[in-house]
Design a binder for this molecule. Sequence first.
Ligand SMILES: [Zn+2]
Length: 263
Amino acid sequence: MHQGIVGKMLTNYSNPIKYTFLISDTELIINKFINNPITLRWIGEVQCICGKRFSKFYRQNFCYQCYWNAPEASQSIFKPELCTADLGIEERDLEWETKFQLRPHYVYLANSSGLKVGITSKHNELTRWMDQGAVQGILIAEVPNRRLAGLIEVELKKVISDRTNFRKMLSGPPVQLDMVREKLNCLNHIPDNLQKFIIPDNTITQIEYPVLLYPKKVNSVNFKKSNTIQGSLLGMKGQYLLLDQDRVFNVRAHQGYILELLI
Ligand SMILES: [Zn+2]
């Protein structure tokens, strides 16, 4: 039995993806446990990024203090176009924001539950696609900071979704798309002054997930009804564990939960 604070699962790009479950300092490669029993038991406490423990989070995976004050929970995290570090303007913590925002970013298209647009820092694109459960990804533009990526995304969101429908993503692999054609279609929606950031390379990344059986009707489970979730592990996709009886468990949504894991 392992006990500790749950983190986002680590993903290694291979065919299929190799998943590592993080529970405090323990790293468990869980692909080998597919088709085996798994038990997750919540001890009734969560730990925020500030290190304090609570009986529950205030919002998302933050305590009240962090939700309203920490740079990790600021508005520009969810709306990158509102980033201001490159303009020298502090939102919550200019030093943190400078490090986080002033580095090259990509704008991409991915096929998760269908076509979506998104942004991520350079070199993080594979991790981002794997976390979203995407089966295809292609880069559109490389910009020097997060705000510019946000500005391109705002324009592309007018014609392409920026969301993943998790039920659809988890119910099976989506139809393969002609990603190069989708990319070429969206390029003329990028404003003239940002056209120079378009990436000419059209490499498509294909991603496969270790899934034995997809749920027929996705039933998302958490610890609201019971502190124990028990079942057979049928695979991983995105940041979800797929369990028997059509159940799915969002690991990322439980980041900071203190769990006992029996596998
Ligand atoms: Zn906190």
